[in-house]
Design a protein around this ligand. Structure first.
Ligand code: GAL
Length: 656
């Protein structure tokens, strides 16, 4: 368990490196990440490499016990390269090349750029690969599914379509291009759907283009990973990711990486409305689910954020430490804070690091140093893992298809996933967030929200799971689209009708209008966004509508199917419904529940088969008191306790 910082030696003097190394060692830093944007310093002119300064950096820090994560600097090619090859710049939605001199402006499909990218990678690996102080490699930075529409990307996309569909005729059929005279009579007529508004574009084309960009970026990362491996077969390779405008397909992106890295910037302003999600636990569980393994945080919140937008409030006391420990609770094993010192130059000078522009260590650095001390006590959990009995299925295709065609005001793909996730967290359960095609057999409960776009392997997987005795929950907007993102001409949820023992006779997209449902026990809950009016065939009603012309019709159903059970939630409710429903599901499936946890307290368990380590994180602005069922040993302050009293954003870890 190591704590580190992101460091930009190219922005400071050599003298400063030495002072920073001393200061970092004193704070307890064990890792730095460097160089992911430093290409112009590493190759100041074509084929002239300059690595000595980086040797010096690595040496300076390793002498005080700090290892280096080396960034491959391909996010920011030097300007001499653009001057020589203007065509390597990405083309934006307006058809113009985007501005150079910022970052992330290269087209990752450009063969010329790729040649340079591989060359700098190869040179760096040959030079630094055997250096024992280099502990891992980061490829590029926050790779997105970039929608570039340069000529290279266009040609590559057309080839991709022909590979997939064989002929123009098949493409026309798959996309339904007879709508609006969109029939292609020549492959060159196919354009990437990057012009806005996307709502006017063909949805099949949009989804395929997203799939293509996801594959392109994954292929790019893979090529660079292979380049590293060729000369350094034992190198540990990653790339850092996040949720963004063009969120990549995480599963594809990390296929050839050794581990997942996430850039974690949890919110500082806790919303008053309890329906607003703010916990990053969901994102962290998703990051762990990508490879079903522990992951790194490559960038972690350290100060007021800003620059791209006006500044946010500064992290509250305990947040620097608490949010990092929260990530550890969910499976992170190394955490680097972004960044050591706040930049005094460049576009990002108001995205604060641990140390302000003054250079004077302050509250945030002191708290970070506490975190380093705490992490040093956590070696006992190095060998633990997180075992979950509950899985939530996350699909990049479904997320993107819902983005192409938002279904109703207020509805978005992650909402229902997050409602379920929060509800299970409310009972202290571990939760995996995984792809719909993963083996589900060891879960007691699987939540499959919004299986919007048909995927044969995923559909078979969840049928198999229920047939073999699993308990599954599906939701509205499932089975809507075929794999080409066209509507399936059948009663909803089409391919899942048999599984849920019910069909949708009509739906009502009510948006923000609120209605009521009543469950089998007479509990009333508010619903909104969407109402599927259900007709049961073999299912029973779990809850029914109270309003509108579909009053008394089922809103939530339960169906016994082979040896398992499939629930269907036809509407979107508020958190009280999901908590009540999750409680019932956990009781039925025998998943233990912690009752009476104060709101905002998150409980996660990591186990090594012998000992369980239970993390109690107070992710709220109120003090929280938790009475333990028996006295347990806290590894944070090395003492026995039968009660935990946690300040806002404080974590305690006890051994069961
Ligand atoms: C991240 C990015 C960093 C830095 C940080 C703060 O998304 O990877 O390089 O820009 O945001 O803006």
């Amino acid at each position: 368990m190591k704590i580190g910082v992101d460091y930009y030696p190219e922005q400071w003097s050599e003298e400063q490196w030495r002072a920073d190394a001393q200061e970092m060692a004193k704070a307890g830093v064990k890792l730095i990440r460097v160089a992911e944007f430093a290409w112009s310093k590493l190759e100041p002119s074509d084929k002239q490499f300059s690595f000595e300064w980086l040797d010096e950096v690595i040496k300076t820090f390793s002498q005080v016990g700090i290892g280096t994560v080396l960034g491959i600097p391909t996010n920011c090619p030097p300007l001499w390269m653009y001057q020589q090859y203007p065509d390597i710049v990405r083309v934006g939605p307006d058809g113009n090349r985007i501005q150079t001199g910022i970052r992330g402006h290269r087209c990752i499909n450009s063969p010329v750029f790729m040649g340079y990218a591989k060359r700098i990678t190869e040179q760096m690996v040959r030079h630094f690969g055997a250096n024992p102080a280099v502990v891992a490699w980061q490829i590029d930075n926050e790779l997105e599914a970039y929608p570039c529409s340069c000529e290279v990307c266009k040609a590559k996309f057309r080839d991709w379509l022909i590979d997939k569909y064989d002929s123009l005729e098949n493409i026309n059929a798959a996309f339904g291009t007879s709508v609006w005279s969109g029939e292609y009579s020549d492959i060159l007529q196919i354009e990437p759907p990057t012009a806005y508004p996307q709502a006017w574009q063909n949805p099949s084309l949009c989804l395929d283009h997203y799939r293509f960009t996801c594959e392109s970026v994954a292929e790019y990362a893979k090529e660079l990973a292979l380049t590293i491996r060729r000369d350094a077969p034992k190198a540990k390779i990653t790339t850092n990711t996040w949720f963004c405008e063009n969120t990549p397909d995480f599963y594809k992106l990390f296929e050839y990486m050794d581990f997942v890295s996430y850039d974690n910037y949890p919110t500082v302003s806790i919303p008053k409305d309890k329906e607003e999600f703010y916990s990053h636990a969901f994102h962290l569980d998703l990051m762990r689910g990508i490879k079903e393994d522990k992951f790194w945080i490559m960038e972690q919140l350290s100060g007021p954020t800003g620059s791209w937008a006006p500044m946010s409030p500064t992290p509250r006391p305990e947040m620097i430490k608490g949010y990092s420990l929260q990530a550890i609770a969910h499976g992170a094993d190394n955490i680097l804070h972004f960044r050591w010192k706040t930049a005094t130059k460049g576009a990002e000078m108001f995205w604060h690091g641990l140390i302000d522009h003054s250079g004077v260590p302050g509250r945030r650095l002191f708290e970070f140093s506490e975190l380093c001390k705490t992490a040093a006590k956590l070696s006992v959990i190095d060998t633990t893992e997180i075992i979950s009995e509950i899985a939530i299925l996350y699909s990049p295709d479904d997320a993107y298809a819902m983005k192409i065609q938002p279904q109703v005001e207020g509805m978005y793909y992650l909402e229902q996933l997050r409602y379920f996730h929060s509800a299970f967290m409310h009972y202290g359960a571990n939760i995996d967030v995984i792809p719909p095609t993963r083996d589900l057999s060891h879960y007691k409960l699987v939540i499959a929200p919004t299986m919007f776009v048909y995927d044969k392997a995923a559909a078979e997987n969840i049928y198999r799971y229920v047939i073999n005795g699993g308990t599954l929950v599906m939701t509205n907007r499932s089975g809507v689209k075929d794999s080409n993102n066209n509507c399936i001409p059948d009663a909803l949820p089409t391919v899942f009708k048999e599984l849920i023992g019910a069909e949708v006779t009509e739906y009502d997209p009510i948006g923000s209008r609120e209605q009521t449902i009543t469950d089998f026990a007479g509990n009333k809950f508010t619903c909104r966004r969407w109402c599927d009016v259900l007709n049961v065939t073999t299912a029973k009603a779990y809850a029914q509508y109270e309003d509108n012309f579909y009053r008394a019709c089922p809103a939530v159903t339960m169906n016994r199917y082979c040896s398992g059970v499939a629930y269907y939630v036809g509407t979107v409710c508020k958190s009280d419904f999901y908590e009540s429903f999750a409680g019932n599901l956990m009781r039925q499936t025998g998943i233990p529940r912690l009752k009476g946890l104060p709101r905002g307290v998150e409980v996660t368990t990591r186990t090594n088969g012998l000992d369980d380590y239970i993390f109690f994180f107070n992710n709220s602005e109120e003090d929280a008191t938790i009475t333990l069922p028996k006295a347990m040993y806290s590894i944070i302050d090395s003492s026995g306790k039968d009660k935990l009293v946690l300040k806002p954003f404080e974590m305690d870890i006890v051994r069961k």
